[in-house]
Design a protein around this ligand. Structure first.
Ligand code: URA
Length: 219
């Protein structure tokens, strides 16, 4: 029988994954449920080595039901491909799964409502590297308040997990001079992924499950 990461049979794991996706699709936890066209759980393999986390769906994402398909998404795809990372090999999602009206930043309360979905996704995937694009995912997952100028291109170890901070691709659309920096950061991310290529999939000794780690962090 095929097993995923731990000793869980494959069918059970994919049922759990699909159940989570369905829960997100019908979520009514916050007022964004009223204004969205559809929720956007994320796209990519549930066994991805790399997870990319953005802020929240925008107009295009809300219409298509897929993250990063608008102009920022096109730049993200280009940066990935240039660095030799296939977009289809990455699981891409957002801190908040529904579009905030007028693309405003998601509120703390909206982020909180969605938090357990993100943690369950990460818990299921057990990625080698978690890339945080922009301020919202960086603040949410690292609880770090530095400027993006200071944090981008850096990796952080938290509870034995590797996080990598990047500019949000929309920043490169507004300010073209950031694009070469973003290209360089993507190459760093590729190297980081390669570095983790040979390490096993087992949870490290003393490492808390993500759900426990983040609930401790919030206290
Ligand atoms: N910006 C994000 O942060 N996420 C998307 O999915 C699209 C644009």
């Amino acid at each position: 029988m095929l097993f995923v990461k731990s000793d869980e049979p494959m069918t059970q794991a994919s049922d759990r994954w699909e159940k989570l996706r369905q829960e997100i699709l019908v979520c009514q936890r916050c007022p964004l449920a009223q204004s969205r066209t559809q929720a956007v759980p994320g796209v990519g393999p549930p066994t991805a080595r790399l997870v990319i986390i953005g802020e929240a769906p925008g107009y295009r994402e809300d219409v298509q039901g897929e993250p990063f398909v608008g102009s920022a998404g096109k730049l993200l795809t280009k940066l990935l491909e240039q660095a030799g990372i296939k977009r289809e090999s990455v699981f891409i999602t957002n801190v908040v799964k529904c579009r905030p009206p007028e693309n405003r930043q998601p509120t703390q309360s909206e982020r909180k409502s969605c938090h357990s979905y993100l943690i369950r996704q990460l818990e299921h995937i057990q990625p080698k590297v978690i890339a945080l694009v922009g301020r919202v995912p960086t603040e949410t997952l690292l609880e770090t308040r530095g400027s993006m100028g200071a944090l981008h291109g850096k990796s952080f170890e938290r509870n034995g997990r590797t996080f990598f901070v990047m500019y949000h691709p929309a920043a490169g659309l507004y300010n073209q001079t950031l694009v070469p920096i973003m290209e360089e950061d993507m190459r760093k991310l590729k190297k980081l992924l390669e570095k983790t290529a040979d390490s096993g999939d087992q949870q490290e000794e003393g490492q808390l499950p993500l759900s426990d780690f983040f609930s401790n962090q919030k206290k």
